[in-house]
Design a protein around this ligand. Structure first.
Ligand code: HEM
Length: 128
């Protein structure tokens, strides 16, 4: 029906997502390709060992060739995942060098971060 409830604006929580345009991932960057890469044995962390990390350190890693974020107190190297993210690289870069927990849970609280990104854990956040 014209003007019916189905035409109402989206709920306010979606305000945190700037663009919902369909993202086209490059060939070789499907979720299955990501699953293959994370089980390949390749070091995706970019560090030799995991350990305590301060926010000051996280802030230094905010470029697309060196991108870290914090989700639920764990620090992840997002760099290898940028081209695989179904929501696109641009959205993912919004949490570069920052705590991304709020945006992550707003956009997809159902995504199991550790099964997807476990191989990208760099360490855990500690107070400065
Ligand atoms: C930090 C780690 C993140 C991981 C591991 C991740 C992972 C994922 C996954 C697996 C999906 C597909 C979900 C599904 O189809 O049910 C997805 C979709 C999406 N993500 Fe993320 N995401 C992350 C962060 C973010 C951030 C910070 C934003 C930005 C606000 C974002 C925005 C989106 C959007 C808009 C989609 C929907 C894409 C679509 O339906 O076409 N994500 N993400």
């Amino acid at each position: 029906m014209l003007g019916g409830p189905q035409r109402l604006a989206a709920p306010s929580t979606t305000r945190l997502v700037k663009s919902r345009a369909k993202v086209i991932l490059e060939p070789g960057h499907s979720p299955l390709d990501w699953a293959r890469l994370t089980t390949s044995g390749k070091n995706l962390r970019g560090v030799d060992s995991m350990g305590p990390i301060t926010m000051e350190e996280v802030k230094k890693h905010k470029s697309d060739d060196d991108c870290w974020t914090v989700i639920y107190g764990k620090v992840y190297n997002l760099t290898p995942y940028l081209k695989f993210h179904p929501g696109g690289k641009k959205e993912l870069m919004r949490v570069a060098g920052r705590d991304g927990t709020k945006l992550f849970t707003y956009t997809h609280s159902w995504v199991n971060i550790d099964s997807l990104m476990g191989e990208c854990i760099v360490g855990y956040l500690v107070p400065s």
